[in-house]
Design a protein around this ligand. Sequence first.
Ligand SMILES: Cc1cc2nc3c(=O)[nH]c(=O)nc-3n(C[C@H](O)[C@H](O)[C@H](O)COP(=O)(O)OP(=O)(O)OC[C@H]3O[C@@H](n4cnc5c(N)ncnc54)[C@H](O)[C@@H]3O)c2cc1C
Length: 382
Amino acid sequence: MPETVVDVLVVGGGVIGLTSAWFLSQKGLKVAVLDKGQPGMGASWAGAGIIPPGNFSKGITPNDKLRGRGAYLHPFLHQELLEKTGQDNGYRVCGGLEFFFDGRGPSRDRIDGWEKEGVNFQINGSIGCSPYINLNLTTNSSAVCFPSMAQVRNPRHLRALNNAANLSGVAIYPQRTISKLVNNGDRIISILTENGDKFHPEKVLFATGAWTGLWDPVLLGLDTKIQPVRGQMIQFDCPESINWPIIEVGKRYMVPRGDGVLLVGSTEELAGFDSNTTPEGLDELLAFTRSMVPCLANRPPEKSWAGLRPWSPRGIPFIGPLPGCSNAFINAGHFRWGLQFSPAAAEISTAQIVGQSLNWINMKSFDPVNPPPFEESILFMS
Ligand SMILES: Cc1cc2nc3c(=O)[nH]c(=O)nc-3n(C[C@H](O)[C@H](O)[C@H](O)COP(=O)(O)OP(=O)(O)OC[C@H]3O[C@@H](n4cnc5c(N)ncnc54)[C@H](O)[C@@H]3O)c2cc1C
């Protein structure tokens, strides 16, 4: 039975686990990542990679702070990944337009929120900011333009993270399902997998995304109630979209990759752990696309897929030490925002594991058991 001694064992190789592993290795720690499947092929691979603007020093809710810090860190992460691996993760500031078709535009609360946060936005600066788009707009439509909205290309980002972590000495183990945790008092001393591997970690970070709620009460003694929320996506070959910004309408969006690939998403469904697309889901996305983009009226999609977002009913992710365990941490439940949050969320886990504090966030903001009260304790599912 192969035995591996590490400073930190990260369980789950999505964007949260891989970013954390890479950051931890940069602190000089010996790190391993194990995944029950292929690392980087969960929700993180399936997502659209939208990185909305934010401001971590002025953000009000904990999620605003993660978004703002994520928006700030992504350009640096892009550069570091490029230098380390030679791979471009597709980060670019492409701008975004959020459309409203109800004749009213954004609510006063949202406008106040953007102003307080110092987000750069222009109401009805919209159409002028993207003269290239040929959209079906009614007289009732208005739009808000976010010039600093950005994106990453998920598969490229995941590949670059995986390679950067590897090059920094992180050992990555695919197809490893945990069979047993061995405790000594309040510490996890060994983790066994079904393949017969035995890991002896000094510390453990659980970053198991939508699957966390499957096993957390049993193995972790913490009931996160994290559930999978399926999101379906379609992809078009659309050379017309090369210069488009990201387009958002409610929970639907179009993300132009800048080379003629156009992603359209996404549905929000409680369907257990089924990550297949459905005819109904794809029809909804097709109808949305065709109502917005006349040039795609008769063009079939090139591809479609689905992924499982880790929905945390409490509205904020779980980032912090596990109760009753002195050497284990969790970082999960990022729902629709895991890509944008990932550098900030990994920064928090890294600081907690090495015993440092951060000056931009209260380290207890996402405490697994007792986060401080905040305004945003609403359910995000509607
Ligand atoms: C269609 C869609 C569009 C999205 N668009 C965006 C977007 O535009 N912007 C944005 O910021 N976010 C977006 N998201 C959300 C984002 O993708 C997720 O929040 C993020 O990927 C979660 O990352 P994760 O690492 O927690 O989960 P995952 O990427 O799912 O990784 C979890 C990993 O843990 C592994 N695992 C689970 N259980 C175990 C176990 N017991 N043992 C070992 N390994 C285990 C899994 O195999 C998996 O590889 C989107 C999601 C979807 C589905």
